[in-house]
Design a protein around this ligand. Structure first.
Ligand code: SF4
Ligand code: SF4
Length: 151
């Protein structure tokens, strides 16, 4: 132990000097904005217009974090199968992005959003269906708006 003492003191001094003159490895988050590097795999983004509901993302997800859910429309398209969309459970996700690799339409993309802490696991369910519904409502609203002048 006595033999080791000079080495320990030398190490401690080195650490002290590094801490005094070097830049800190941490930042004052959340006061200071974090610069997220390119290619960071944060929360998912689903381009609902590109998704065809094939379910390959759910099939290949290694943790079973994706469930294909049916989109229930108030006025379903006649003769068409009900549309399915992936819903992500981020509490099960390991952010491997196999889902994006498997998607033939490039509909899944990572965002730079990293702050996903939640008290309630339900808050970690990423469901884009309301987005599709609101788009449809908007479209139908526009269509009925176009028809109105002739009505
Ligand atoms: S990132 Fe990986 S674990 Fe998360 S949903 Fe996609 S395939 Fe599943
Ligand atoms: S693999 Fe792509 S197109 Fe198929 S359901 Fe998943 S997101 Fe949609």
């Amino acid at each position: 132990m006595v033999k080791l003492l000079p080495a320990i003191i030398r190490d401690a001094l080195k650490t002290l000097v590094r801490a005094l003159v070097g830049r800190p490895a941490t930042i004052r988050y959340p006061e200071v904005e974090v610069k997220v590097p390119e290619g960071f795999r944060g929360r998912h983004w689903l381009d609902i217009n590109k998704c065809v509901g094939c379910g390959l993302c759910a099939r290949d997800c290694p943790t079973g974090a994706i469930t294909m859910m049916t989109l229930t429309l108030a006025s379903p398209d006649k003769g068409k199968k009900p549309r399915k969309v992936p819903v992500f459970d981020l509490s099960r996700c390991i952010f491997c992005y196999q889902c994006a690799e498997s998607c033939p339409r490039g509909a899944i993309k990572p965002t730079k959003v990293f702050s996903m802490a939640a008290y309630d696991p339900h808050d970690l369910v990423l469901d884009f269906r309301p987005l599709l519904l609101s788009k449809r409502e908007e479209r139908e609203g526009q269509l009925s708006g176009q028809q109105d002048p002739h009505g």
